[in-house]
Design a protein around this ligand. Structure first.
Ligand code: ZN
Length: 271
């Protein structure tokens, strides 16, 4: 992911080895580009700033992650996020029917950026918040006025639990195969994710092939979604054909194409 750096010389504080715990999402509140914002904050004292600005074409970083940007300071707080423990991301706006809105492209890119930062700083989805959640400022307005848009955003960060009967079947198979004591609650949440990662499936030439009902379950899901696991079908054996089916599935779903069935690939196969 390409990030252009155009750091402000003045609108930030030194981080002093700060611990980053939150990511706070904003919108600029005016029509502008990421580069416009970077120059606005560059050399003149503004008493405000953010780490990143995202527009349709670019992501521009204005404050280093390790330093503090001034994006969510307030007199009264409604959660534990502060400038000192968070990264602030501003989404740029356009006007739709006279109202400020955020384009799908910007939302997509912001999600990509947030995911990368979550991974880098080990931040879970519960610590990704709106400016509104910090101080009740109506920001980002389209995500405050329409709660569904914010829920969708969070869902797409990939960690919101979801429920369906396929999850239950999978939990039963995992318990049977590995005795891993997963709650059979239909819900693909943190425990299910962790087990999917602990008991990931893979194929490597020269290593013994994994053969069990977990493999069979995954093969059946692949087949159901239109990905062939080779002539022998769901044969319980995670060989090269199944690995290739997983890779094709990963490619089609925008996942990392590595042929490993861990938490993310499992999640999409269960949906
Ligand atoms: Zn804001």
């Amino acid at each position: 992911m390409q990030i252009i750096k155009d750091l402000t010389n003045i609108n930030y504080s030194k981080g002093n080895n700060r611990k980053i715990k939150y990511i706070v999402i904003h919108y600029v509140g005016a029509v502008s580009t990421a580069r416009n914002n970077a120059s606005y904050f560059k050399n003149t004292y503004r008493g405000a700033s953010a780490h990143y600005f995202v527009d349709d074409n670019e992501i521009v970083q204005v404050v280093e992650d390790k330093d503090v940007s001034w994006h969510c300071g307030a007199d009264k707080y409604y959660c534990e996020a502060r400038n000192s423990n968070s990264i602030g991301i501003e989404m740029c706006c356009y006007k739709k029917n006279g109202k400020l809105d955020i384009s799908n492209k910007i939302v997509d890119k912001t999600i990509e950026l947030v995911k990368e930062l979550m991974k880098k700083y080990n931040i879970d989805v519960n610590h990704v918040v709106r400016h509104y959640d910090v101080s009740h400022k109506v920001c980002p307005a389209p995500f405050v006025n329409d709660e569904n848009r914010w829920n969708e955003f969070k869902k797409r960060l990939g960690q919101a639990p979801f429920k369906n009967t396929t999850v239950l079947e999978w939990q039963k198979v995992m318990n049977k195969c590995y005795g891993c004591e997963l709650a059979e609650d239909n819900s693909y949440g943190p425990d299910s994710r962790a087990k999917a990662n602990n008991y990931y499936l893979y194929y490597e030439k020269g290593k013994s092939v994994i053969v069990n009902d977990h493999v069979k379950f995954i093969q059946n899901r692949l087949i159901k979604k239109g990905f062939s696991c080779g002539e022998s079908g769901a044969d319980k054996s995670y060989g090269p054909d199944t690995r290739d089916a997983v890779k094709a599935f990963q490619k089609a779903n925008g996942l990392e194409v590595d042929g490993y069935v861990g938490a993310e690939t499992t999640e999409l196969l269960l949906k």
